[in-house]
Design a protein around this ligand. Structure first.
Ligand code: HEM
Length: 524
């Protein structure tokens, strides 16, 4: 670490926010539930390469230079990885999964999982998702009744997203949306909040796991006076028990299926298991790896998607013109064309220009993750697309990062840099997606899997479920806007930071996300 600090000396010359603590730099200002305004200020005020002082003088970099990011997710894709403490947390709680492995192990797991998230299988998942969205609108209609009512929508979106990923990926239901939830979902939901209590201890995990056998660590957890740690053990045990039960049932069903020549289990995990069972590949996924993926998929899919549906809903309630325009498009595609919403398949939904524009614009301007994390595993020199002016006034044309330096791809600013997106980049303007995109955006070659943005990251660890998330958003918004008129509640919504940003009411002490919106049922 001392060597790295010495090698990082030149990074002190980069622009960045002043440190507020000798011990923690700006880490506490950036990573706390109320950090959204500070983050937005810092990530948009210091240019494309920002120095962030971390613990005891360590320097992290927030990066939005497209050329440097292109190198991180392209030429240096094997150099920039997840920090060990992050992958070890995933492994310790859920077993081996995509987020707990790196290098060739990660490559092997992605090779097996990528195909099940392809459009081919997602096409089949659309009717399941329509069914859940229809259930959602029915529950809301019953709650709203005849007049306009203020409804807390965030909890419903969370149930919708969990149910959608549960049914499409695992073929598992968490119950009717009206009264949703099982121990499985509770354990998964408590992972994030429990982890935040253990944040400071996480860097010790790689060492602990290397030094002590698992049984001894387990015993130690029971002895230590740390409630959060014991709770994490409970989460891990509950998720494991449920995933194991589900996996065993699936294997049994698949065997029966094959005996009777049926191919009924269309959920993505059954597709994966079928492939896994029929392959001679020595690389096929082991049982612990399959169990690990099941938990990860539910975890990665739920809060992210429901946060994005919440954001789009809030924006539509604040922009009645956009809401009307979307409703007109949807009426044209359904009753106007002699169809119902349920007839709109994957491709028809994707081909509705204004719906698509609303989803893209929401995910561009308000990504659930403003930052994500990578660590340089060896010394590296990154090229820069435009030079940075150092504190000493000199121009910096490339960036030397010593091994161990943490880089935070600055999703927030890549997605709204006015030099790339235009002077109106900070406005929510779905129309920008309806015509040709700005030349500067196309020429910037932002590394991306979706709409020139970094909302779903990029490179080998980009979001595997982005197509599913976008489809879920399209379906939820289509059903909501055709059934209801949405107007803003009197209560002020502020967005708070957990791992991702989530809505809450100003002044509220609730620990769960909250999105009150005034809802009126439209005549059918
Ligand atoms: C709007 C919704 C979503 C957003 C914004 C989002 C964003 C992201 C981002 C930024 C990453 C990279 C994280 C990192 O490397 O640190 C990621 C990874 C991942 N996401 Fe998503 N995600 C969403 C929905 C989903 C869904 C629906 C699924 C699955 C059904 C999913 C599964 C995953 C998995 C498994 C990874 C890890 C990939 C790997 O390491 O190879 N995500 N996501």
């Amino acid at each position: 670490q001392f060597q790295r600090r010495a090698k990082q000396r030149h990074l002190r010359n980069l622009p960045g926010p002043p440190s507020t603590s000798f011990l923690t730099g700006v880490a506490k200002d950036l990573h706390n539930p109320h950090a959204v305004p500070y983050r937005e200020h810092v990530l948009s005020s210091y240019g494309r390469v920002i120095k962030l002082q971390g613990f005891l003088g360590e320097i992290d970099i927030a990066l939005s230079d497209p050329v440097a990011l292109g190198a991180i997710f392209g030429k240096f894709r094997d150099v920039f990885e997840l920090p060990k403490w992050q992958s070890e947390t995933h492994r310790a709680v859920f077993g081996p999964n995509l987020m707990s492995v790196s290098g060739s192990e990660h490559h092997k797991q992605r090779k097996h999982l990528n195909p099940i998230f392809s459009a081919k299988y997602l096409r089949e998942a659309v009717s399941t998702q329509h069914g859940i969205a229809q259930e959602l609108t029915n529950v809301l209609k019953a709650e709203v009744g005849q007049s306009t009512s203020e409804v807390e929508l965030s909890e419903y979106f969370s149930r919708y997203s969990l149910e959608a990923v549960g049914r499409t990926t695992l073929g598992y239901t968490f119950g009717p949306l009206k009264k949703h939830g099982t121990d499985y979902s509770r354990a998964l939901k408590e992972f994030g909040p429990t982890l935040s209590h253990l944040h400071l201890w996480r860097p010790l995990l790689p060492w602990l796991r290397k030094t002590f056998p698992p049984a001894l660590l387990r015993f130690g957890v029971q002895l230590l006076p740390m409630k959060a740690l014991r709770h994490m053990q409970w989460i891990s045990d509950s998720v494991f028990a449920m995933s194991k039960r589900l996996l065993d049932e699936k294997m049994e069903n698949l065997r029966k299926d094959d005996l009777h020549g049926l191919r009924e289990n269309k959920d993505l995990m059954s597709v994966l298991l079928r492939e896994n069972m029929s392959t001679e590949d020595v690389d096929s996924l082991s049982e612990p790896e399959l169990l690990g993926q099941m938990s990860l998929l539910l975890l990665a899919a739920t809060d992210t998607t429901s946060s994005s549906i919440s954001r789009a809903t809030q924006l539509l309630s604040l922009h009645p013109d956009a809401q009307d325009k979307l409703r007109r498009e949807l009426i044209g595609a359904t009753t106007g064309a002699g169809r119902t919403l349920l007839d709109l398949d994957f491709d028809t939904l994707a081909g509705l220009p204004y719906l698509d524009a609303i989803v893209k614009e929401t995910l561009r301007l308000y990504p659930p993750f403003y930052l994500f994390i990578r660590i340089a595993q060896e010394d590296v020199v990154l090229p820069l697309g435009s030079p940075v002016t150092g504190i000493d006034g000199k121009q910096i044309h490339e960036l030397f990062l010593p091994a161990g330096t943490i880089v935070w791809p600055n999703v927030f600013w890549v997605n709204r840099d006015p030099e790339i997106w235009g002077a109106d980049s900070a406005e929510w303007k779905p129309e920008r997606w309806l015509g040709p995109l700005p030349e500067k955006l196309v020429e910037a070659h932002i590394p991306s899997v979706f709409a020139h943005t970094m909302t779903f990251a990029a490179g080998p660890r980009s979001c595997i479920g982005y197509n599913l998330a976008v489809t879920e958003m399209r379906i939820a918004l289509a059903h909501l806007i055709l059934s209801f008129e949405l107007t803003p509640s009197e209560k002020e919504i502020v967005w708070k930071l957990g791992g991702i940003v989530t809505p809450t009411v100003r002044g509220s002490t609730a620990r769960k996300p909250e999105l009150p919106v005034n809802v009126t049922v439209l005549p059918t």
